[in-house]
Design a protein around this ligand. Structure first.
Ligand code: COA
Length: 377
């Protein structure tokens, strides 16, 4: 006896799964706010550390609150010798997202407050993750190239320290600003796949390291965070602005996805793209290499003309990171270093007013039947 098909929301399209006061996407006006502040204003008027504080506390910090937040972050950057040994054991050709997911699991296992899921302990653990993730991402990258990890420098702000950890030096302020803007733009985006994953794990009463490891696993996919790497692979494959139109025609012929375009919620443009494009253009100026941004421009114009599909944040972020000198497999791990702020804000919010996340499935398999004896199979 088959039951009537209930209304299905495949991909949970259009489903409101809970309330949230962390951020708001307004697709009708292509806008995004964090705790009520327009993200493009935060990019111009604040920095990533202030935005991290805002996401976790609901308000921008005053000078004293920011200083305390920065001091705590700077004091927690070092990895344990045991974790460094684990990172050394990870195969050099492994994707760094797998290494970072492993690092977060290990950090959870060795965290002194591992089993404490009180709000205060979860917040302290989130701070430790925010502080240690860049160290782990940079160490993974250096070890994959046969180089030794660099010790974090507690005298440097968050973004400067990240360049120090990867390259052993801090670049000019324009580069830091472009990176900082990318970190603000990647920090938070309502109930995307990885955030919803982190909330689902939290809804079971599990700890924040588990939620963040699961979020990292979800972010790796090319339909989600992995798109920033895919965009740069695409641009290097195309090679030059002159080749872009023909390359795209080939994709249209095969009805292939073009990475860095389209979005589940924004159908008329991603609110974050103009700001990130502006700073990717600045990077092209600083480096003196306009090839990737020109190629991007040709692709975006033709995608709009033919498919009416807009680029998403990964489209300008990919070339921006490449121009900053980062290896392509680092792009999604950098996204992790930023999104830990949004994920953690949602973990706190979910835990504060929790109900186990457990949807239903409509069964379409075979009808109930008897188990046949082995001789009859
Ligand atoms: N390239 C080519 N076609 C695309 C496309 C893209 N990047 N994004 C969407 N489309 C097409 C779909 O194939 C679909 O075509 P159809 O109606 O002929 O089947 C149509 O546009 C509508 O797609 P939609 O339902 O709006 O997509 P979605 O909401 O299920 O998926 C994404 C959203 C992000 C998964 C999808 O746009 C995508 O895969 N983009 C590329 C990966 C990417 O950049 N991800 C980062 C997201 S921030």
């Amino acid at each position: 006896m088959s039951e009537a098909t209930p209304t299905l929301y495949k991909g949970l399209v259009g489903v409101y799964a809970d309330v949230s006061s962390v951020s708001k996407v307004m697709p009708e006006t292509n806008s995004l706010t964090y705790r009520g502040y327009a993200v493009q204003d935060l990019c111009e008027e604040s920095n990533f550390e202030e935005v991290a504080y805002l996401l976790w506390h609901g308000e921008l910090p005053n000078a004293g609150q920011l200083a305390a937040f920065q001091a705590e972050e700077r004091a927690n950057r070092a990895l344990s010798p045991a974790l460094l040994r684990v990172l050394r054991e990870i195969p050099r050709n492994a994707h760094p997202m797998d290494a970072i997911r492993t690092a977060v699991s290990f950090m959870g296992a060795e965290d002194p407050e591992a089993a404490d899921v009180s709000d205060a302990a979860q917040r302290r653990k989130a701070m430790r993750l925010l502080a240690k993730l860049p160290t782990a991402v940079a160490a993974t990258n250096r070890l994959s190239k046969g180089k030794e990890p660099i010790e974090p420098d507690p005298s440097l702000p968050f973004c400067e320290n990240f360049f120090h950890l990867v390259f052993g030096k801090v670049p000019q302020p324009e580069v830091i600003k472009s990176f900082d803007v990318s970190m603000i733009l990647y920090a938070e985006h309502t109930f995307n796949a990885s955030t919803f994953t982190a909330r689902t794990v939290t809804s079971t009463g599990a700890d924040i390291h588990g939620a963040i490891a699961a979020g990292i696993a979800a972010l790796k996919g090319p339909l989600h965070g992995g798109a920033n790497e895919a965009v740069m692979h695409m641009l290097t494959e195309i090679g030059s602005p002159e080749a872009a139109e023909d390359w795209l025609e080939g994709k249209f012929d095969h009805k292939a996805l073009v990475m860095g375009f389209g979005h589940r919620v924004y159908k008329n443009g991603d609110s974050r793209v103009p700001t990130m494009t502006k700073y990717a253009e600045k990077m092209a100026e600083v480096v003196g290499d306009r090839r990737w941004m020109e190629t991007s421009r040709v692709l975006a114009a033709k995608m709009m003309r033919v498919k009416k599909i807009h680029p998403n944040l990964d489209f300008p972020a990919g070339p921006a990171y490449y121009l900053m000198g980062f290896d392509i497999p680092m792009f999604t791990p950098i996204f992790v270093c930023s999104r830990i702020t949004g994920w953690a804000a949602h973990v706190f919010e979910q835990a504060a007013d929790n109900r186990l996340i457990r949807p239903l499935s409509h069964y379409t398999g075979v009808e109930q039947r008897p188990v046949p004896p082995m001789s009859a199979r």
